[in-house]
Design a protein around this ligand. Structure first.
Ligand SMILES: [Mg+2]
Length: 238
C-alpha cells in the first residue's frame, strides 16, 4: 500500500519552465546583436555551459545567469558590452522574482491526496528561490514536510525513505520529470505519477527510462488522486 506521496514543485505544483524559456529567448535576442543566431547555435552552447557548471553552481536561476554570462563572453569572443551583461543579470533576477502561479487543479488534487496519505514536497534548485516559491504557493501548510534537495537521484530519495521510515514500495512520487521525479524512485522500488508539462528543460529530458507498470501517466492534476488510489490498491494486493 501507499503510505507517503511526494510532489515535485517546478512545473508540477507551479509554473516554472515558461519563465526559463522566456529568459532563453531574451538572452538570444541580446546575443543576436553580436552573432548570427542562425549559425551560433546558442541553445546548445548555453546548455553545454550550464551542464558543465551544475556541479559547481547547482540547479536554478542563479546558475543559469552565471552560465549565460559565461556563454555570452565565449560566443561573442569577449565583445559583449557591460550594458548587455547587466541586461543578462536582469534576466536572471526576473526569473528569480517571477510570480508563483499554481497549475490548474493542483490545489484540489494535493488536498485530496493529503486526506488519505502523508505528503511531502520534494523540490530541487536554488535554496533561496525554492523557499520563496514554497512560501508563496499557498500550499505549504498542506505538506507534512518540505524537502529542498540539490539533486534528485536515488541516493537523495533513499535518504528520504530512511528519514520518513517508509519502504520504497510504499512511496509514490508525482512529477513532470522522468529523469528527476520518476526514474530514481522506480529504480528503488517505488511508484511514479508522471504528469508531463508542455515544456521541459533539455537536461531533464535526458533519460533512458521507459515508463513501466510502476508508473501512471496523467494529463492533468485532476488525474493524480485516482492514480495514487490505483497504486494503493495494486500494491496492497502485492
Ligand atoms: Mg519539475
Amino acid at each position: 500500500m501507499i503510505e507517503l506521496v511526494g510532489f515535485d514543485g517546478d512545473d508540477t505544483l507551479w509554473h516554472s519552465q515558461d519563465y526559463y524559456d522566456r529568459a532563453q529567448a531574451e538572452f538570444e535576442a541580446i546575443l543576436g546583436q553580436y552573432v548570427d543566431l542562425a549559425n551560433a547555435n546558442l541553445h546548445d552552447a548555453l546548455l553545454a555551459t550550464e551542464r558543465g557548471n551544475i556541479a559547481l553552481f547547482g540547479y536554478g536561476a542563479k546558475g543559469m545567469t552565471l552560465s549565460m554570462i559565461e556563454s555570452a563572453i565565449q560566443v561573442t569572443e569577449g565583445r559583449i558590452s557591460a550594458q548587455d551583461i547587466h541586461r543578462i543579470v536582469k534576466i536572471g533576477k526576473d526569473v528569480l522574482s517571477h510570480p508563483v502561479e499554481l497549475l490548474p487543479g493542483i490545489r484540489q488534487a494535493v488536498e485530496e491526496v493529503a486526506r488519505d496519505f502523508r505528503i511531502v514536497l520534494i523540490t530541487k534548485g536554488d535554496l533561496f528561490h525554492q523557499e520563496h516559491k514554497v512560501a508563496r504557493c499557498g500550499l505549504a501548510d498542506v505538506f507534512h514536510r518540505i524537502e529542498i534537495v540539490s539533486e534528485k537521484d536515488p541516493a537523495a530519495y533513499a535518504r528520504l525513505f530512511r528519514e520518513f521510515d517508509v519502504q520504497p514500495s510504499n512511496f509514490a512520487m508525482v512529477g513532470n520529470s522522468l529523469r528527476s521525479d520518476i526514474a530514481p524512485v522506480v529504480a528503488l522500488g517505488g511508484w511514479g505519477v508522471f504528469m508531463p508539462y508542455h515544456s521541459t528543460w533539455a537536461h531533464e529530458t535526458e533519460t533512458d527510462f521507459a515508463v513501466n507498470e510502476r508508473v501512471i501517466e496523467v494529463t492533468g492534476a485532476e488525474g493524480i488522486p485516482a492514480a495514487i488510489a490505483t497504486m494503493h490498491a495494486t500494491s496492497t494486493i502485492d
